[in-house]
Design a protein around this ligand. Structure first.
Ligand code: IDP
Ligand code: MG
Length: 135
């Protein structure tokens, strides 16, 4: 049975800065996640705070919002079979040191805060996140 989903993906500032945009996009396409929307933006601290508000009680929240607003990012809607979980698998663990071989964060992540990519964690949050960037 098919389960076509959409998820939000972000190429974070550390990866954009290192010109990894095309490599990361190719990796998604090769793994059957189609990029159906795509734009490069720079968001404000306020926008980052809104985007990451689920983390507002975490000790790293302020740094996280400063970081996501520190430089250009590429936001994309990925579509494919089980896109939410598929993208999470392709990204690997949050901490690049713990990420599995062959995952984006293993290949490109610098540290837990500069981990190169974001991906929605559920269908519900995916819809909220897609709407945030592509209204
Ligand atoms: P995820 O990106 O794998 O879904 P989340 O737990 O949702 O991970 O955290 C959001 C982002 O916050 C992570 O991608 C990472 O950049 C940052 N982060 C998570 N945990 C820590 C931490 O313990 N220290 C610093 N930054 C963190
Ligand atoms: Mg998350």
């Amino acid at each position: 049975m098919s389960n076509l989903e959409q998820t939000l993906s972000i190429i974070k500032p550390d990866a954009v800065e290192r010109n990894l945009e095309n490599k990361i996009k190719d990796f998604f396409e090769k793994n059957n996640l189609k990029i159906i929307k795509n734009k490069k933006v720079k968001i404000s601290k306020e926008e980052a705070s809104e985007f990451y508000k689920v983390h507002q009680t975490k000790p790293f929240y302020n740094d996280l919002c400063n970081y996501l607003s520190s430089g250009p990012i590429v936001v994309m809607v990925l579509e494919g079979e089980n896109a939410i979980s598929k993208n999470r698998q392709l990204m690997g663990a949050t901490d690049p040191l713990k990420a599995e071989e062959g995952t984006l964060r293993k290949m490109y992540g610098i540290s837990i805060d500069k981990n190169s990519v974001h991906g929605s964690d559920s269908l519900e949050n995916g819809k909220i996140e897609i709407n945030f960037f592509f209204k």
